[in-house]
Ligand binder design. Structure first.
Ligand SMILES: Cc1cc2nc3c(=O)[nH]c(=O)nc-3n(C[C@H](O)[C@H](O)[C@H](O)COP(=O)(O)OP(=O)(O)OC[C@H]3O[C@@H](n4cnc5c(N)ncnc54)[C@H](O)[C@@H]3O)c2cc1C
Length: 424
């Protein structure tokens, strides 16, 4: 460390120890780089990486914005009983992001191959990393199930199977025994479903990120608990100003989730991230329907078997990152789970966290323009757990100047324009 001088050490600073930063710390250390991982909290305890649904969603190959969604999203709004909350008082603030979302809907066809290239190998990449760090037990490769109830169940399941097939995603009918068990709690309603065999789930998302961080530290990385206040270009070095020190490092990677934008702005990088908040409730000691996540598709609730408990996640709430949780959503999730036949949610207080989401639902992976070696891995939206390893391998290649495993250009944040002209 050389505070106040123009020399910098060889280290690469990673800002943010969510699952993206932890996976990258592991991959860069494995590639022989010196790494300092910095977060204001212990790994994966403060952000989305703590509380996600644990689903390794290799089937989600299409970015969310689509022309069909523009026509039908209103049915999913919370005022109509759905899972999407776009509070009226936030419309003005969200207008530029929503305008880009609408534009991205008409680019879905172009963007799908880029996302598919990252998502498709994700389960295998995670399995390989977990074997290497001697924690294969954290990943279960039983796929997942989607279920629909009511008179339209059959048609909806068939439509979902056709859509999956068109993307090259395998589906099978679920076992009759599973459908019978669900019918028993559905007051005689028809129940149909699909099994997606190529997805997976993690039995504890926080433990997974922490295991990657520990493996990085065992191989020489250091973890520093501090708030990063500012990143500054210093010639080819980066100055990292934290609450406790000033470091000058050879390169820095911003992985600060939904709070990444201000750290990137000084380098001219425009990252129009929004907080797309989701909630979870946990049901300790409740037996799962099956040893795989179950998506109750009519309610947008996914229930994942985790170590010692089930975790139920839901909602897409376009709220400020640090706003208090909405108690009505937690209460409604609790009620719905009881109606779906899950009994054990009462003691859990509920958790809320922010998916870091860019308007086109592609992550931002790349390097800032200019001399400084400032990189970013942000905007992993609903898929950060899934994409942690593919993104880490891509970023490692970019940082080390090696050929990337896939074309990085669709993920460059230059697609949202630069802030340089605005600041000059
Ligand atoms: C309810 C819910 C369910 C989800 N389900 C799934 C799922 O099933 N599968 C899936 O693949 N993805 C899922 N996701 C998405 C996934 O959790 C996120 O995409 C992923 O966790 C993002 O990881 P991250 O490391 O970018 O951000 P985060 O996990 O938010 O981590 C960012 C870190 O940066 C730190 N930080 C920020 N600013 C600073 C600063 N200035 N100084 C120091 N530290 C800083 C924070 O403390 C935090 O630890 C879900 C998300 C939610 C909310």
């Amino acid at each position: 460390m050389n505070p106040g001088t123009d020399t910098c050490d060889e280290r690469i600073a990673i800002i943010g120890a969510g699952v993206i930063g932890c996976a990258l710390a592991w991959a860069l250390t494995r590639a022989g780089r010196q790494v300092v991982l910095i977060d204001r909290a212990e790994p994966a305890t403060a952000g989305a990486s703590f509380g996600n649904a644990g689903h390794i969603a290799c089937e989600q190959r299409e970015p969310l914005p689509s022309p069909a969604l523009l026509r039908t999203f209103w049915r999913e709004l919370t005022v109509f009983g759905g899972a999407v909350d776009l509070p009226v008082r936030r419309w003005a603030v969200l207008a530029p992001w929503l305008a880009q979302f609408v534009r991205a809907a008409f680019q879905q066809k172009r963007n799908t191959p880029a996302l598919a290239a990252l998502v498709t190998p994700a389960r295998d990449a995670l399995a390989a990393a977990l074997r290497e760090i001697a924690h294969p037990e954290l990943l279960v490769c039983n796929g997942h199930y989607a279920l629909w109830r009511g008179p339209a169940a059959c048609a909806r399941a068939a439509r979902a199977a056709r859509a999956a097939h068109a993307l090259g995603v395998q589906t099978h009918p679920p076992p009759q025994e599973l459908l019978e068990r669900v019918r028993a709690t559905s007051a005689g309603a028809d129940v149909q479903g699909l099994h997606f065999p190529d997805s997976g789930h993690v039995i504890d998302p926080q433990q997974l990120a922490a295991a990657l961080a520990r493996a990085a530290c065992a191989a020489g990385a250091t973890f520093q608990r501090a708030e990063v206040r500012e990143l500054m270009p210093r010639g080819a070095c980066i100055e990292v100003r934290t609450s406790g020190s000033v470091l000058q490092v050879a390169a820095a990677v911003v992985c600060a989730g939904v709070q990444s934008e201000p750290l990137l702005a000084r380098f001219g990088v425009h990252a129009p991230l929004t907080a797309e908040r989701g909630y979870h409730l946990e049901m300790p000691h409740t037996a799962p329907l099956t040893d795989a996540p179950v998506l109750h598709a009519d309610h947008n609730i996914i229930v994942t078997p985790m170590q010692g408990r089930l975790r139920a996640t839901s909602y897409l709430e376009f709220e400020q990152h640090d706003a208090p949780p909405d108690a009505r959503k937690i209460a409604r999730l609790r009620q719905r789970l009881q109606a779906l036949g899950y009994g054990g949610t009462t003691a859990h207080p509920g958790w809320v966290g922010s998916r870091p989401t860019l308007p086109d639902y592609l992550p931002g992976l790349g390097r800032a323009p200019g001399e400084a070696r400032l990189f970013y891995a942000v905007g992993h939206q609903h898929l950060g757990l899934t994409l942690a390893l593919p993104s880490a391998h891509l970023l490692t290649a970019l940082v080390c100047g090696q050929p990337p495993p896939l074309d990085p250009r669709p993920f460059d944040l230059g697609r949202f324009g630069s802030l340089r002209s605005a600041r000059q």
